[in-house]
Design a protein around this ligand. Structure first.
Ligand SMILES: Cc1ncc(CN)c(N)n1
Length: 216
């Protein structure tokens, strides 16, 4: 079994809770209360900021140019269409100015930021790709399986699903899984434990992030 699959299986309870979260299901069916979506977008925009910092660090630490390029290209999507999605959605559902730029952070948002910065500062590519891989793979897993009506769903729900599924996004996740698999295989025992810890914390925080936005 691939190391990435072993790690996912070891965290299957949190994985399933995150990928079948009522937040995701209600978003896709269009029944998610807008107040919860406002909270989520404000929190997640701060997540994106630190995700870009972590991904930049991973690009720097990747072993070769072919290992670097797919993540570099993906950063262009985040800084481009995904950033625009946030700006258009902030306008469409009236996210307040302070929540767009400086929201009060929920505990899981703070903890996720700390984990991303810790992975970046560790200087270990394996730790970085463990967190990045979880972040994108969890989203592919829920977006890929969720049912939605593309005709009727408002864009701020629909595009959040479509940004996280499809051939291109699958290739991003496959790249991150491949990088994680290789880094894990060559790590020594202590390194494997460390990678497993980062992976586990990231899965738990994905679940808590949805919980936090859904229940606040
Ligand atoms: C918390 C979280 N995790 C993952 C993703 C996917 N890009 C996200 N936007 N936010």
């Amino acid at each position: 079994m691939r190391p990435s699959e072993q790690l996912r299986t070891a965290n299957i309870d949190d994985w399933q809770a995150a990928t079948n979260h009522p937040f995701c299901l209600e978003l896709a069916s269009g029944t998610l209360p807008l107040e919860k979506m406002r909270t989520y977008l404000a929190q997640d925009y701060t997540f994106i900021d630190n995700f870009i910092r972590l991904a930049s660090s991973a690009i720097h630490h990747a072993p070769t140019l072919p290992d670097r390029l797919p993540l570099a290209a993906f950063l262009g999507i985040i800084a481009g269409p995904e950033n625009t999605y946030f700006q258009r959605s902030f306008e469409a559902i009236n996210v307040s100015d302070v929540d767009r730029t400086n929201p009060e952070l929920l505990a899981p948002t703070r903890d996720f930021q700390a984990l991303m910065l810790k992975a970046a500062k560790s200087g270990q590519y394996a730790n970085m790709v463990a967190v990045l891989c979880v972040a994108e793979w969890v989203y592919l897993s829920w977006a890929d399986q969720v049912e939605y009506d593309s005709e009727t769903l408002p864009f701020y729900f629909q595009e959040w699903v479509t940004l996280h599924k499809g051939e291109y996004f699958e290739s991003v996740v496959e790249h991150l899984r491949g990088q994680l698999d290789r880094a894990y295989e060559v790590a020594d025992e202590a390194g494997k434990v460390e990678i497993g810890d980062y992976f586990q914390q990231a899965v738990t925080l994905e679940r808590q992030f949805f919980d936090g936005c859904y229940n606040s």
